[in-house]
Design a protein around this ligand. Structure first.
Ligand SMILES: [Zn+2]
Length: 234
C-alpha cells in the first residue's frame, strides 16, 4: 500500500474539538460559498484525475483492496460524480443562463414554483441533503421561463452547502437576475448527517426561509404559504 506522508497532519486537540463542535452543530458561514482564488484554474478532467488519486488513498487507508473488480473503478466514479454532478454548482460555467423577458401579460401577482427537488450535500460531512424548495417572485417588469427557477435551485444545491446559505443564494440570484426585490424561498430538507449518523434522528427535517421585499409583509407571506400548502385537485 502506498502511503502519503504529507496527508498525515498534526491537528492540535483544541482544533479537532472545534471542528467536531462546528460540524455537528451546523454553524452556518458566510452567504458566499468560500472558494479559493485558484478555484477555476484546473479543467474538469484535471480535477477528476487529482480527486481520483486522492480518493484511492482514502479507500486504501480504510483498508480496502482496490484490485477487487467491484472497487477498482470507484475512485474514478467518485471523482467524476463530484466534479460533473454533485458539486458542479461550484463552477460558474454550469450556472444557468437566466434570460429575462418582458412581462408582456402584465401579470403582476406572485409567481410560485413549488416542490422543486433539492439534491445537495452537507459541507460539514459531505453526505446528502435532500428536500424541496418553494420559490416565488413578483415581477418588476421582467419574467423568466419557469424551469429556470428549478435550474437556479439545482445550481446552488450542487455544492457543499449549509441549508441557510443555499436558501439565501437562491433568493439573491432570483432577485438579481429578475431585478426585483420581491422574492421568497422556503427550503425543507432531510440531512443525512442528522438521520444516518450523530443523533440519528430519521424523522426530523430542517426548514429555512428567506423573505425579501413585499414578502416580508404578512399578507404576501400568508398568500405564498397558502399556495405552497395548496393541493392540486386533478
Ligand atoms: Zn452535516
Amino acid at each position: 500500500m502506498k502511503t502519503n506522508g504529507s496527508a498525515i497532519k498534526n491537528i492540535p486537540f483544541e482544533k479537532i474539538a472545534k471542528v467536531e463542535f462546528e460540524g455537528d452543530n451546523h454553524i452556518p458561514g458566510s452567504v458566499d460559498t468560500p472558494m479559493r482564488e485558484d478555484a477555476h484554474e484546473l479543467s474538469d478532467e484535471e480535477k477528476i484525475a487529482f480527486i481520483e488519486d486522492r480518493f484511492q488513498d482514502i479507500m486504501e487507508t480504510l483498508g480496502l483492496d482496490l484490485s477487487d473488480d467491484s472497487l477498482s473503478g470507484t475512485p474514478h466514479r467518485v471523482a467524476k460524480m463530484f466534479v460533473k454532478e454533485k458539486f458542479k454548482g461550484l463552477d460558474p460555467k454550469n450556472k444557468p443562463e437566466m434570460r429575462a423577458f418582458d412581462n408582456k401579460y402584465k401579470y403582476n401577482e406572485m409567481i410560485v414554483e413549488k416542490n422543486i427537488t433539492v439534491n445537495s450535500s452537507c459541507e460539514h460531512h459531505f453526505v446528502p441533503i435532500m428536500g424541496k424548495a418553494h420559490v416565488a417572485y413578483i415581477s418588476s417588469g421582467k419574467v423568466v421561463g419557469l424551469s429556470k427557477l428549478n435550474r437556479v435551485v439545482d445550481y446552488y444545491a450542487r455544492r457543499p452547502q449549509v441549508q441557510e446559505r443555499l436558501t439565501r443564494q437562491i433568493a439573491e440570484e432570483i432577485s438579481r437576475s429578475l431585478n426585483t426585490n420581491d422574492v421568497a424561498v422556503i427550503v425543507e430538507a432531510n440531512h443525512l448527517c442528522v438521520s444516518s449518523r450523530g443523533i440519528e434522528d430519521k424523522s426530523s427535517s430542517t426548514v429555512t426561509a428567506e423573505y425579501m421585499g413585499h414578502f416580508r409583509n404578512e399578507s404576501k407571506k400568508r398568500e405564498f404559504l397558502d399556495y405552497v400548502n395548496m393541493e392540486l385537485k386533478h
